[in-house]
Design a protein around this ligand. Structure first.
Ligand code: ADP
Length: 493
């Protein structure tokens, strides 16, 4: 891991501007916004925002690349080679990506090295493999007006994809959106989060180095209400892939549907971790703590509702409190740190407000609940026990290191509690009973269920939710389907 000052210098050398049609913009009329290090509250650098004319140029360049450029003519095998080359370049710079992500997001140095960057690399490699396998189907029919027919389908890129990413894991989630779209032959316009855009600049540089032709990938840094809004409203965008809050997701979905454009939305969750009495309780306590304290709890799949069988309730609450006491909260650039800073002052206030609400509504604060220090947006690992279903902290996504612990009586009760929530993204079950694991996995409302391990990420596995958690799936073959259209061709023979 590099030092903070070395990483700050690296950040300052990034081309902090829109990347359009293969070149970095330098217009002087565009506004700039600050990128702040959440651990020190210091401004790391100023970024040039993509204004409306730049959004328009990026969309035009993307269509040009598809309709008249090298990108649109490139075969799948060649696209796969480019994706593999990009994956290799990212892997070679793992430390650089990881340090920039720690500086930008506030997460401890080991996390992007173990999770975000390797997952991004694996995602590009996975989709490199799909790029030359986008096969159609041959479909037998009874014929047409007495004549035989040959009917088949081909799978074509959906066109220009707007990829809007959140600040919690911008490198990994950026890869989730870019890799399938590029494998499918779409042109992609990435709108990185204004709070954490750093690695997207490095990614664009490496994509260029890997050999992606101009216009295949553009990066438009900017705030949501300005750049993001101009992008989703642009009629030249053919598909929107968005990860973020339900409030913004609704705005994005409305714009997409108004133009009859497909949209993929991943909007977070309030995911249950269900601990049955027959579970390996040590492993469960480790996994549950990871599920709520990893990345400061700023994780869509955070296991923020901890449902515990009543017979082991007290024992498990104290095991979790022990795990919380072992969290080393501090500077993401210190070796021993296991939890870093929240992204910004607004998020610290949001999390603190939920702690106040938890206390006011009668939950029992087991540990934490306070801001840590006065410089940087650090929040203590926090656990509330004796939470009931009607409490706000059992229902709403907090997006911070705050776990709500509830008791259940039997399997049906556990499933009823798990499903009585507006979100349905993920769930984790802790049990040694095979039949129980599969039965509960089937009944719980979630796009992904894990048994005896919190959120095992893999680019081969479809990812996404329903209800307030969003629409559609990313990753695996689902990611290709979401970026392509199947065209039917019938020849009357
Ligand atoms: P948060 O409020 O925690 O920043 P958001 O869901 O608003 O979460 O942000 C996720 C992403 O959506 C960011 O890249 C942000 O800039 C973008 N965004 C926010 N508002 C809009 C909008 N109106 N249109 C398009 N993108 C937006």
């Amino acid at each position: 891991m590099s030092s903070r000052s070395a990483t700050e210098r690296r950040a300052e050398s990034l081309p902090a501007a829109p990347f359009i049609a293969g070149s970095w913009q330098s217009a002087s009329t565009a506004e700039a916004f600050d990128v702040v290090d959440p651990a020190t509250e210091r401004t790391v650098l100023m970024v040039m925002e993509a204004d409306e004319p730049m959004v328009d140029s990026a969309v035009t360049a993307a269509h040009e690349a598809l309709d008249n450029g090298e990108w649109g003519r490139m075969d799948g095998a060649s696209r796969g080679q480019l994706l593999n080359a990009l994956a290799q370049l990212i892997e070679d710079r793992t430390d650089e990506f990881a340090d920039l992500e720690s500086l930008d997001v506030g997460k401890p140095g080991f996390e992007p090295r173990v999770i975000d960057v390797p997952q991004a690399v694996a995602t590009f490699r996975h989709y490199a493999g799909w790029a030359d396998k986008l096969v159609g189907r041959s479909i037998p029919t009874p014929g047409y007006m007495g004549k035989p027919t040959l009917s088949y389908t081909i799978r074509q890129p959906i066109g220009v994809v707007a990829a809007i990413t959140p600040w919690n894991s911008p490198t990994m989630i950026g890869a989730w959106k870019l890799a399938p779209a590029l494998a499918a032959g779409c042109a992609v316009i990435l709108k990185p989060p204004e709070d954490a855009p750093l690695t997207s600049f490095l990614l664009a540089q490496l994509a260029e180095q890997a050999g992606f032709p101009a216009g295949a990938l553009s990066v438009l840094p900017g705030r949501g209400a300005t750049t993001g809004n101009a992008l989703i409203e642009h009629p030249g965008v053919d598909k929107i892939s968005f990860t973020g809050s339900p409030e913004t997701g609704r705005i994005v979905a409305t714009a997409a549907i108004a133009g009859f454009r497909p949209v993929t939305l991943e909007l977070g969750g309030k995911s249950p971790q269900i601990v049955f009495a027959d579970a390996d309780l040590d492993a469960a306590a480790d996994g549950v703590a990871l599920g709520i304290f990893a990345n400061q709890g700023e994780v869509c799949a955070a296991g923020s509702r901890i449902l515990v069988a009543r017979s082991i309730y007290d024992e498990f609450v104290s095991a979790l409190a022990t795990r919380a006491s072992k969290v080393v909260l501090g500077d993401p650039f210190d070796e021993g740190t296991t939890m870093g800073a929240l992204i910004n002052a607004k998020q610290l206030e949001r999390v603190s407000r939920y702690v106040r609400i938890g206390n006011d509504e009668g939950a029992r604060l087991v540990t934490g609940g306070n801001r840590h220090g006065s410089n940087g947006y650090f929040m203590e690992p926090t656990l509330f026990a004796d939470v009931t279903q009607d409490m706000t902290i059992a229902r709403e996504e907090i997006f911070g290191p705050v776990g709500a612990i509830l008791a259940f009586d039997d399997d049906e009760h556990a499933v009823a509690i798990a499903n009585d929530n507006p979100y349905a993204l993920a769930a984790t079950l802790w049990t040694s009973d095979l039949s129980r694991a599969h039965t509960v996995a089937r009944h719980v409302h979630a796009g992904a269920v894990a048994v005896n391990g919190w959120s095992p990420l893999d680019p081969r596995l479809p990812w996404g939710g329903s209800k307030l958690s969003g629409l559609g799936r990313e990753l695996g073959w689902a990611g290709i389907e979401a970026c392509t259209e199947e065209k039917t061709i019938t020849v009357v023979l």
